[in-house]
Design a protein around this ligand. Structure first.
Ligand code: A2P
Length: 294
């Protein structure tokens, strides 16, 4: 399996990352185990802790691929740079390897409303992100939770810098085949969050007969089977765990024999997709953030 993919900038991105929603010791365990890709976000409110763990790990900064995300309340072009500076300061670094728009939603600071024009057209925010690359504060930029309709909108603009990745929920339950095909057509890498199934569905994923069967045949654990399948599909995988043995286990992936890969791909793409994480209602939006998807 590939250990890295290449971004439009020529930078290499490690194929398996630690999602650092819950951190501290997990980051240190991960760096010790050989992870060199840490995926986080301003909104996780733990960037200081991550910065400290990175420092204490003594792994040189340039060896670690660090991602953060612009929160919804900072989409106004005038708010982007200070939001990024805050993440940089907390992470105690002068640059990020990757900076993503966390959601295609330009929310008001009050959290009550949103800027419809910036939500529908992320280009002004994107231009500011491009400026951040030019200033050397971030090496690559991308988006998260964009569906095909929203990506098409962004790609229709005169982009100076191509989006490097789109980070979305991808798992057995929601394999995102159409989005993946679209992304491939644009040389856009997809990153999978909740790759084991996400909240409440991990146990179910790891007990699926097809996953268990492949695990037995290959000597891998069920988690390694689904993570390997994702990397084999060309996706960056962001498993999260605060359990040291699992952090280690999740990095040890290997290619599935083609017929077993095909079997899992077929099983994942032939059932109706399960409901995915969708905060539209929780955020009180009067539209669905994934509108336009079937
Ligand atoms: P824990 O953090 O207690 O180790 P997802 O990335 O799909 O959202 O899944 C995250 C969940 O999956 C976490 O609750 C995590 O539990 C659990 N998990 C992570 N890796 C493994 C693994 N290798 N085996 C079993 N469960 C795992």
């Amino acid at each position: 399996l590939p250990t890295h993919y290449t971004l439009p900038s020529g930078d290499k991105i490690p194929a398996v990352a630690l999602e650092r929603n819950q951190v501290g010791e997990a980051v240190k365990t991960a760096l010790k185990a050989g992870y060199r890709h840490i995926d986080g976000a301003w909104i996780y409110r733990n960037e200081e802790e991550v910065g400290q763990a990175l420092q204490e790990s003594e792994v040189p900064r340039e060896e670690v691929f660090i991602t953060s995300k612009l929160w919804n309340t900072f989409h106004d072009p005038s708010a982007v740079e200070s939001a990024l500076d805050d993440s940089l300061a907390k992470l105690n670094t002068s640059y990020l390897d990757l900076y993503l728009m966390h959601w295609p939603l330009a929310a008001d600071k009050s959290k009550k409303g949103y800027n419809a024009s910036l939500t529908e057209d992320p280009y002004p925010t994107w231009q500011k992100l491009e400026e951040m690359v030019e200033k050397g504060k971030v090496k690559n930029i991308g988006v998260s939770n964009f569906n095909v309709r929203r990506l098409e909108r962004l790609f229709s603009k005169p982009l100076k810098i191509q989006p490097a990745v789109n980070q979305v929920e991808i798992s057995y339950h929601i394999p995102q085949s159409k989005l993946l095909a679209y992304a491939r057509s644009k040389s856009l890498l997809l990153e999978a969050y909740s790759p084991l199934g996400g909240d409440g569905k991990v146990g179910e994923t790891l007990k699926l007969p097809v996953v268990k069967k492949i695990a037995e045949e290959t000597g891998m654990t069920p988690a390694q089977v689904v993570i390997s399948w994702a990397v084999q599909r060309g996706v960056v995988v962001l498993p999260k765990s605060v359990t040291p043995s699992r952090v280690v286990e999740n990095l040890q992936v290997q290619a599935l024999p083609q017929h077993l890969f095909d079997e899992l791909e077929e099983a994942a793409t032939s059932h109706a997709p399960y409901p995915r994480l969708n905060p539209s209602k929780g955020w009180g939006l009067d539209f669905d953030i994934f509108d336009g998807d079937e």
